[in-house]
Design a protein around this ligand. Structure first.
Ligand SMILES: NC(=O)c1ccc[n+]([C@@H]2O[C@H](COP(=O)([O-])OP(=O)(O)OC[C@H]3O[C@@H](n4cnc5c(N)ncnc54)[C@H](OP(=O)(O)O)[C@@H]3O)[C@@H](O)[C@H]2O)c1
Length: 342
């Protein structure tokens, strides 16, 4: 066992896009578990867009990471040493130990994954928080019906890809939005979307109008910005908008330029009786996790869901990979393999 715990802490708060200087890699002693505790070794670390929010101290639904504290994050870990009656050494767990090799846990909040889990890292993606987000946001707020047109951006990421595939299972027409030709091809050829459009195209709004010739019934909001601007005039009466994320704005330091669209948005909501509802997955839906897990496992077993992981090896790649996530450089669920599996 390595003698050190490598960890990445928040060194300063970013203004705009995060940079390497906002983080610091440290080496400290491996922590020792007390009675009733265990030492967890992180094998896989999930990198997610919400982490950008934790780097800022502006008001949010969760506390920010403090300066000099380890960056937060979900991990798939192996129990390295256990002084806990319910956990054995060698067991795998879903935990929240953050951007570091080792963490101490008293078992609270851990999800057991067994001794030899298949696809352990899926617990960070399609079988975990992002998959659950897609499932609840689409089905509970989006309420898709067969024949509806569903639009989702960040279409090849773990949330968007799952939203689109569930919408297809429900008999909808699915229009994805993604950055670049390769991602768009994947959304159609592998995920089974009807169409996928590149939001970087100059005539993106016209392409979207053309693809949604019957209007939009469900817009699953992942990105905001110009994608939402293009969606708004196409919304049908009675449309539903689960507001999941606004990644195009996470690095913004001021409101977007251009005319104020607020009154146009509110008028659209009123005239077309549109439901637009934000949600924070575990705050709002934790009680339905088991239902999601059972359904998603079944879909995966039946081959009804495709899942693409973007696996990067090595803690030294973590910061660059995270910065890239906010620029669309990931292709699939971004996971860092911090340590060897054996
Ligand atoms: N409400 C909740 O509880 C909850 C839970 C989980 C996730 N979320 C949100 O769900 C969204 C998707 O998360 P994810 O984990 O699936 O991320 P993801 O898709 O793996 O990664 C983010 C993607 O966003 C796209 N993007 C980045 N900047 C963009 C821009 N300016 N315009 C358009 N697209 C841009 C990029 O894809 P392209 O290259 O394809 O554009 C990038 O790959 C995020 O907004 C996240 O914050 C919310």
């Amino acid at each position: 066992m390595s003698q050190n715990n490598r960890r990445i802490v928040l060194a300063s708060r970013p203004v705009g896009a995060p940079t390497q200087e906002n983080f610091r890699l440290e080496q400290v002693d491996i922590p020792q578990p007390q009675e009733g505790e265990m030492l967890l070794k992180a094998i896989y670390l999930s990198l997610d867009p919400y982490m950008r929010g934790r780097m800022s101290d502006s008001e949010s639904y969760a506390e920010p990471v403090a300066i000099d504290e380890v960056m937060v994050g979900a991990t798939v870990c192996r129990v390295e040493q256990s002084n806990h009656a319910q956990f054995e050494e060698g067991e795998w767990v879903l935990a929240y130990t953050g951007w570091q090799d080792y963490g101490i846990s008293n078992g609270e909040g851990l999800v057991k994954l067994g001794k030899t889990p298949m696809n352990a890292s899926y617990a960070l993606g399609i079988m975990g928080m992002p998959g659950f987000t897609a499932y609840m946001g689409l089905l509970d707020i989006g309420a898709p019906k067969a024949g509806d047109t569903v639009v989702v951006a960040a279409a090849t990421g773990p949330v968007g890809a799952t939203v689109g595939q569930i919408a297809k299972l429900k008999g909808c027409k699915v229009v994805g939005v993604a950055g670049g030709e390769e991602k768009c091809r994947h959304a159609v050829d592998v995920l089974g979307f009807d169409v996928c459009l590149d939001h970087k195209a100059d005539d993106f709004a016209a392409q979207l109008a053309n693809a949604c010739d019957q209007g939009i019934d469900v817009y699953f909001e992942n990105v905001g910005g110009k994608v939402f601007d293009a969606v708004m005039p196409l919304l049908n009466t009675g449309a539903r908008i689960p507001v999941c994320g606004l990644i195009s704005q996470y690095n913004a330091t001021s409101l977007p330029e251009g005319p104020d669209r607020m009154s146009a948005l509110v008028a659209t909501l009123l005239i077309k009786r549109i439901k637009m509802q934000g949600f924070i997955i575990f705050d709002d839906y934790a009680h339905r996790y088991d239902e999601f897990a059972a359904q998603m496992s079944q879909w995966l077993m039946e081959g009804k869901m495709q899942y693409k992981e973007h696996l990067v090896k090595g803690m030294d790649q973590t910061v660059d990979s995270f910065i890239g996530l906010l620029e669309g450089k990931n292709f699939g669920k971004l996971v860092i393999q911090l340590n060897d599996v054996d």
